[in-house]
Each structure stands twice: as C-alpha cells, then as structure tokens.
Design a binder for this molecule. Sequence first.
Ligand code: SAM
Length: 372
Amino acid sequence: MAAESNRLERIQRFWNEQSDWNAHVAIYDSPDVRDPRKREEAFEAAGELDARRLAGFLHPSSRVVDLGCGIGRVIRPLAGLCREIIGVDISTTMLDKARSYLDGLPQVRLVHTDGASLPSIEDASVDFVYSLLCLIHVDRRSAYRYLREIERVLRPDGLAFLEFQNILSAEGLAKFQSVVEGDYPLELYTLEELRALLGSVGLEILTCHETAEYLHLTVVRGRRDAWMGAVSEGISVEGLEATGLFAGSDVAGDGALRARLASRLPRPVTLTLSTGWVQADGTARFQGRGLLPLDRGQERQLGLHWDARGRRLAIELDGEPCSGLETTVADVGVPGPSLLQVGLLPPGFAWNQASQESFPQLFYSRELPSVG
Ligand SMILES: C[S@@+](CC[C@H](N)C(=O)[O-])C[C@H]1O[C@@H](n2cnc3c(N)ncnc32)[C@H](O)[C@@H]1O
C-alpha cells in the first residue's frame, strides 16, 4: 500500500513539474503550441476541434466528467453545452491553472484525484465521461481501476469516450520504442485487450475509430445490443417532406426537407445532423452539421433549406437556427451525377455503412441527375 501511494505521489510530482515547465506544451505538443507567439491561439483551436468531436455526446441536461482534464483545454468549449462538467486530475498545479483558464464558467467543478479513482462523484450519477490524452499516460493497473470507476459513476446506458494508444500501429510502436529507455509514462494496448478489460468491468465498446496511433472508443455502461436496440426503436423520423433539390426534382433550384423527430428513449439524447451534396468526384457542393438535442418523449421539427440563388444552406430546429451549426458551400460544381445525403447520427457514430445499416430510419439520400 505504501509502495502504491509512493508511486502515485511520484506521478503527481511528474505532472506538477510538467505543468510548471510549460502546461500548454505538456498537454498538447505541436509546433504552433511550442511557438510562444502562436501558443494561446493554437491551444484553444485544438481544444475546439476536440470539443467538436465530443459535442454530440452532450445534452443541455448532461452531467459530464473529463478524466485527466489538464488546465481545461476541452472543458472550456464544452461547458456551455451541458448542465455540469467535472474536471478530474492528479496534478494540483494543472488544477490551479484550470481554475484560472475556466474562470467564470458556472457549470465547471474541479476535483483532485489520487491517480486511480473518481472521488466525490456518486454512483450512477454521470451521463458522459471522456478522457483525452490521459489514459495513454496511466499505468495499466491504475487505468483498470479507472475503468471500474467509470462503470461505477455512469448511469445505466451512459456513455464514455476514451482515447488509448494502439501498440499495433507503426506510429504507436515507434512512440513506445522512443520511451523504452526512460521513465516517461506511456501505456499502449491492442483493441482486443481493451475489449476484454472493458468487458470485465461491465462496459462494452459501441464504436471504435482507429487513427494512425490512437484507438478512440465509445463505450456504453451495460450491453451494446440493448443500447443499439433502444436507439433504433426509440428514435423516429415522421412526416418527412422533401421538395426541390432534396427531392431530386429541381437540382438547380431551391429545396427543403422537413421532418418531425420523436424520441421515446428513457433519457435525453443529442443527434448530430450531417448533410452533404456530394459530386461524383467526391467533392461537396455543400456540407452541413448541427446538433439536435431531444428530451425524453419530445418531438421536434427539423427543417433544411437550400437557397440556390443565395448559395446558402440553413438547418433549423423548431424554426430556429440549429446550434452547433457549421455549413460550407463550395462555389463551383463539376458536371455529372451527384448524391444528396442527410443522416442523423447517434452519439459516437460516424457516417458509414455500419451506421446506415444499424439505424436505417435515420438516413435519407437521393441520387441527383447531372448538373453543370
Ligand atoms: C497530456 S495532458 C492532457 C490534458 C487534457 N486531457 C487535454 O487533452 O487537454 C495529461 C493530463 O493527465 C493528467 N494525469 C496523468 N496521470 C493521471 C492520473 N493517473 N489520473 C488523473 N490524471 C492524470 C495529467 O496531470 C495531465 O493534466
């Protein structure tokens, strides 16, 4: 026990020193973050990019935990999207800096951990846990204790988004080889190991996204099949009406798509609307994305409008511009057939074949004839 607490104290000292040396670089190392003239802006932009990836997991009523929050790089852009966000970290100096970086955000609470537990967070009280660039630095035993803690604090069917380093990728292996001589904390896994470790504590992988060196896992507390079944039966799209471009009838003109979204899920959920008008060469004439929060038992009216003359795509929810809205419109089109797609993605799901097969009622597409 004494050896264990010495080890965790050593880890805390390491991260305190990292934070004193240069918290921004210790947290998110990139050429721009190393450059003092670009540091603040690049650090903030990286936080916003990660927040964009996580926003679809949050609902305005959500209670969220950021495990290994650092100074709150990702908490800052996410705080306004949820009811409460709890940042947990082993380093007292990181937490001190987080207090100032997150100053004025009433949703934020910061908690110090011994390095393997989620103290003062009650059982089954959290809707979503995420951990970026943290579990890769945590030794396996402590990481396993965190997985048990995540299972403890999540509500049944609650979700977590966890980032691990992949030992089977060339980049992951190279990173491992670069640290074997020293004591820089780095832990790597295979997907199968993670599946087994998660399964043994009552968590199941819902989706896995592999990048060059990372494994990004969305996990559910409980059974994957039950979660998938509840979402595919509990969310419906009713009264769909499409005109003009969205019906594939007037490709050069305006168009609209209207539908009622209804949720019979036992808890709130946010869907991410993703739409694109994609040409045969793979380039998009427009792309759009918006967040659609749905309460339990709620019905909401979704509207998409394409204004061909003004070259503008609008996404509305109950007649108001949608939050999390990002649209891009390309100026030129190449002649040839194209595809108009609208998809409603449940948390953690990307637009791919597997998502369309799992939730066919949430996807709509039209092949469009040649446009000049
Ligand atoms: C590379 S930083 C990432 C910070 C933040 N997640 C982000 O992406 O901006 C790693 C963070 O994990 C924290 N950390 C390392 N080991 C930890 C542990 N066992 N428990 C909790 N936090 C830990 C460090 O103090 C540090 O703040």
